[in-house]
Design a protein around this ligand. Structure first.
Ligand SMILES: [Zn+2]
Length: 462
């Protein structure tokens, strides 16, 4: 195992894909105290470098939208329409203990590291993800989720509870790579007065915001016309709803949610007007192609998210790629996610240029870092940036002959090809070590989660 922050570390492989510049054949990276010192072609093999041979070294992947504590929900509610699906998911949360949430988050975080992910943007209600990310050494922004569509609790009471949670989580994550943010869950689970207060609380406290937005047809119908299954549920529960009559982005803009430190998640079926509202505000998008497809919500057109390739003259809206939870995806394999991203854009828009492999890789690295406001630190292999990177082996015959490293990564590779993951210059996952995650007892967390899953199988709401 490589010590937490080896003073000087040299790693080498047949390919380096720095993202910020063209791929380097036979390249090496020199890291000192967690910082990238050099990215260069390798001239000599006779030294102390860690040589991965037939492999690609690339920036650690940035998964901008996860719910790691939902790992225990994987495969639990399948083939159900979006609104009943999310209602059952929410109901089942009551059956899980805090210890189980913590185990589930740890298992999910380990799965992310083993898939080459070094940074996550996570929306978390249970409070379990920040501690898990600290233990595993993940870089993260964990947004504390807030709900409140009805008037059962006052805005002040909800804000007071949120402030206490945020302070507690800041204590747990002090001195780590984990930052705490706030997530009003969605436009249909947070009432307008609460949304306004959350926006102003986050801005006053300097906390980043994240919200699910423009995800389902049910949400669109509610906000545009006050119709559909969510509106019907409001009627049954006597929830007051003044129809905004606009798109979701415009509605959120009117409540003060949009801004430079806001991450919007999903963006399915946006129009040009909504695209421009988001772009002007400085907010970013999390693109979750597999989750959107699996839940029958559609394909988010990345040109409507405002995505532009890194070599475009004008920078577009920051867009990162997100797996969403394994409850709606089943894996957090960003290689598969990149593949789906390209294939779905091309299938829906019927042109190759709709999205390229390079676009997908940028989205999963520097695009995600921009979307989370972390691009000065990570997202590309550049001198002076923090050494977050992963190593993907090309040795499996599934990847041969790997003419081009970018297309091999996007069109052929899988999470299981990742052999090592470094965060901030420290080894956080090694496929070949028995102790895959240095210093973390994943076996114990697996047992706790498996035990919870046995109960979930037969659980029913009372
Ligand atoms: Zn989500």
């Amino acid at each position: 195992m490589i010590s937490k922050k080896s003073k000087l570390l040299r790693i080498r492989a047949n390919w380096i894909v720095p993202i910020a510049s063209a791929p380097i054949q036979s390249g090496e990276i020199v890291i000192e105290n967690g910082v990238i010192l050099e990215v260069r072609q390798s001239h000599s093999k006779a030294d102390d470098a860690l040589d991965f041979g037939n492999a690609v070294i690339l920036p650690g992947l940035v998964n901008v939208h996860t719910h790691l504590d939902y790992t225990v929900m994987r495969g639990l509610i399948e083939d159900v329409e979006f609104f009943p699906w999310i209602r059952e998911l929410t109901a089942r949360k009551a059956a899980i203990t805090q210890e189980e949430w913590e185990a589930s988050a740890l298992v999910g975080g380990a799965e992310a590291l083993a898939a080459g992910v070094t940074t996550i943007g996570d929306c978390c209600d249970s409070g379990a993800v920040p501690g898990a990310a600290v233990k595993l050494g993940l870089r993260a922004i964990v947004y504390q989720e807030v709900f409140g569509i009805d008037e059962l609790r006052s805005v002040d009471a909800i804000l007071e509870e949120l402030a206490a949670k945020v302070n507690n989580l800041k204590g747990i994550t002090a001195g780590s790579l984990v930052e705490i943010g706030v997530s009003p869950h969605s436009p249909y689970t947070v009432r307008p007065a609460l949304m306004r207060s959350l926006a102003s609380y986050a801005r006053t406290e300097g906390l980043k915001l994240c919200i699910h937005a423009s995800e389902s047809q049910a949400e669109g119908a509610l906000i545009r016309s006050g119709t559909g299954p969510i509106a019907e549920m409001y009627d049954r529960r006597g929830i007051q709803w003044d129809v905004p009559g606009s798109g979701t982005a415009s509605y959120l803009g009117s409540l003060g949610i949009l801004g430079k430190n806001t991450l919007l998640v999903h963006g399915v079926q946006l129009g040009a007007e909504e695209r421009d509202v988001v772009n002007r505000s400085g907010a970013a998008w999390a693109h979750c192609p597999k989750s959107n497809a699996k839940l029958g919500n559609g394909v988010a057109d990345i040109s409507m998210l405002g995505f532009k390739s890194a070599n475009a003259e004008q920078p577009g809206t920051p867009v990162g790629i997100g797996s969403d939870s394994v409850a709606s995806n089943n894996t957090i394999d960003l290689f598969e996610e990149m593949r789906f991203a390209v294939l779905l854009q091309r299938a829906a828009r019927r042109k190759i240029a709709a999205m390229t492999a390079q676009d997908a890789l940028e989205m999963a690295t520097i695009g995600g870092a921009r979307a989370l406001g972390l691009d000065s630190l990570v997202g590309s292999l550049e001198v002076g940036k923090r050494a977050d990177l992963c190593v993907v082996s090309l040795k499996d015959r599934r990847l041969a002959p790997a003419y081009d490293p970018v297309s091999a990564l996007v069109y052929s590779a899988s999470a299981s090809d990742v052999v090592m993951t470094f965060v901030d210059g420290a080894e956080r996952y090694s496929k070949d070590n028995l102790d895959h995650f240095p210093g973390v007892d994943i076996g114990c967390a697996n047992n706790v989660m498996d035990h919870a899953a046995v109960r979930m199988r037969t659980w029913a709401p009372t």
